[in-house]
Design a protein around this ligand. Structure first.
Ligand SMILES: *[C@@H]1O[C@H](CO)[C@@H](O)[C@H](O)[C@H]1NC(C)=O
Ligand SMILES: *[C@@H]1O[C@H](CO)[C@@H](O)[C@H](O)[C@H]1NC(C)=O
Ligand SMILES: *[C@@H]1O[C@H](CO)[C@@H](O)[C@H](O)[C@H]1NC(C)=O
Ligand SMILES: *[C@@H]1O[C@H](CO)[C@@H](O)[C@H](O)[C@H]1NC(C)=O
Ligand SMILES: *[C@@H]1O[C@H](CO)[C@@H](O)[C@H](O)[C@H]1NC(C)=O
Length: 121
């Protein structure tokens, strides 16, 4: 007996597409080519991105988090690269988990923290 998996498995991708459209300044006339999320294997790059995310978050909110480590990182092609990070930072010495999105367009030397939120639970 075959279980039809194809349709439900595409649902998260569609939700992320909406997320990206809502959280970035992409003009509606732009053609957006969205790729699948892929694990990033370069740990130097991953930890650098995590440090960047916390630094930007601190600076834009006046917070004082201290970056600890990225646990999981994926990238998706979308008018550049969209990075999704699960990271740990210390909030007043208390370790907490956060989910961050960093959007990069290397040819324009553009990089932005588009989302940074604590992971509840
Ligand atoms: C890994 O990422 C670092 C930092 O971005 C970069 O300098 C290095 O060239 C990358 N290494 C590989 C093998 O791609
Ligand atoms: C922090 O923000 C200020 C203004 O909001 C800016 O001038 C400064 O360059 C920022 N520093 C970093 C490291 O992003
Ligand atoms: C902000 O984040 C960076 C990276 O973790 C850290 O070096 C810095 O001490 C933090 N705090 C402030 C106030 O910038
Ligand atoms: C920021 O956090 C670090 C380590 O958690 C602490 O040593 C420092 O005093 C804090 N700075 C501010 C301005 O709260
Ligand atoms: C960077 O992302 C933030 C959060 O989504 C947004 O408010 C800001 O306008 C963006 N900056 C640029 C230059 O796109």
């Amino acid at each position: 007996m075959e279980i039809p998996r194809r349709l439900p498995s595409q649902l998260p991708l569609i939700l992320y597409l909406f997320f990206i459209i809502l959280h970035t300044n992409v003009a509606t006339t732009d053609t957006i080519k969205v790729g699948d999320w892929k694990e990033i294997l370069n740990d130097t790059l991953v930890q650098d991105l995590g440090m960047y995310a916390v630094l930007r978050y601190n600076n834009s909110t006046g917070s004082n988090l201290s970056f600890y480590a990225v646990f999981e990182a994926q990238a998706q092609t979308v008018a550049g690269l969209n990075f999704r990070l699960a990271l740990q930072a210390l909030d007043a010495d208390f370790p907490r988990l956060y989910k961050a999105y960093v959007w990069e367009k290397p040819w324009e030397n553009f990089k932005n923290l588009t989302s940074f939120e604590p992971v509840l639970g």
